[in-house]
Design a protein around this ligand. Structure first.
Ligand SMILES: C[S@@+](CC[C@H](N)C(=O)[O-])C[C@H]1O[C@@H](n2cnc3c(N)ncnc32)[C@H](O)[C@@H]1O
Length: 312
């Protein structure tokens, strides 16, 4: 076996979930990303979710709240933006937040204190899989469910999507956002070797940690398309570009900022500890997928949004 093949075959360290969430939070609150998301919410989300729900459910000027479910909500930054848009047409909202990371849930609760009014919350510190397992046959259904950038962590995609669809009320909408297979992440992930399942299970210690461990393969919009077709669920799609400033990836010296930039892009494995030749190969691919403006490098990322409506 050639030297480079041997190093490619060595196991790569599974990324610590806390580190990834920290990196994701830092990057997703950065200027250009946030502006792109705000524009998408004002235009696409408003048209495809808020107005569509008004058409499907009618004006809810009564006291019955719109029922909302968030899966893998993180610190709630994105979901609070959804909720505020929904409030423009639905005066009362009840939202259930399913988030297995206790720190993120605490952060969401702190963010809500600052931003949300006319909304009641049900906090579920669980994985989606456990939450689904706890549902009763007569559990109330939801009018809007969002799964934003959290499908990467769930093992059985078809089962997850079917369960979420089953939890929708007639006329309700399920929104899935995930990175596009045809842009940089797709290319990047093709050259990152799969994390071997046995390696992952050896490194995961507690049952709670196992529940949030990443799947062996990176997931993009391509797998969601396939799953929805197999399940014969009706959907339409939209996409939005999100430039991430990742200049520190290419710093000569190792630093916390450089490590965080690399961790963010190589979810869910830690490539900075990988064999040097593989790291160089990945950094070259990241550069190829990025554009330079002034002294900064921007990773050209696109997210795909799937809108799945339950027939009325
Ligand atoms: C990349 S973050 C996305 C956060 C937020 N939805 C956003 O878009 O800003 C992924 C989130 O999914 C959560 N997660 C991981 N495994 C999960 C599971 N099995 N069920 C539900 N959520 C999960 C993580 O704890 C994390 O908060």
């Amino acid at each position: 076996m050639a030297e480079s093949d041997k190093s490619m075959a060595r196991p790569i360290v599974r990324q610590d979930q806390t580190k990834h969430i920290k990196a994701f939070t830092n990057y997703s609150s950065a200027g250009e990303y946030f502006e792109a998301v705000q524009k998408w919410i004002d235009e696409t989300f408003y048209g495809h979710v808020v107005e569509k729900l008004v058409t499907n459910l009618g004006d809810r000027t009564d006291d019955i709240p719109l029922r909302v479910l968030g899966i893998g909500s993180g610190g709630g930054e994105l979901e609070i933006m959804f909720l505020n848009k929904l409030l423009t047409k639905f005066p009362k909202i009840h939202t259930c937040v399913v988030e297995p990371c206790a720190n993120s849930l605490t952060k969401y609760q702190a963010n809500v204190k600052e931003h949300a009014t006319n909304i009641t919350f049900d906090w579920q510190n669980h994985t989606l899989e456990d939450f689904v397992g706890n549902q009763q046959e007569n559990s109330l259904k939801y009018h809007f469910i969002s799964v934003c950038h959290s499908l990467y962590y769930m093992k059985n995609l078809n089962k997850v999507l079917q369960s979420l669809h089953d939890m929708l009320a007639p006329g309700g909408i399920l929104l899935v956002t995930i990175t596009a297979d045809y842009t940089c992440y797709g290319k990047l992930w093709k050259i990152i070797p799969d994390l071997k399942p046995e390696t992952a299970s050896q490194q995961v210690s507690s049952p709670a940690e196992r529940a949030v461990s990443p799947p062996p393969h990176h997931r993009t919009s391509a797998q969601v398309h396939d799953a929805l077709r197999q399940l014969q669920l009706q959907y339409h799609i939209d996409a939005y570009a999100c430039p991430y400033k990742i200049t520190h990836c290419f710093d000569e010296e190792e630093s916390e900022e450089r490590n965080q930039a690399i961790d963010f892009l190589t979810l869910p494995i830690t490539l900075r500890d990988a064999p040097k030749d593989l790291l160089q190969q990945v950094l070259a691919c990241i550069k190829e997928c990025s554009v330079q403006r002034g002294n900064d490098w921007f990773f050209q990322l696109e997210h795909v949004c799937f809108f799945i409506t339950k027939p009325t």
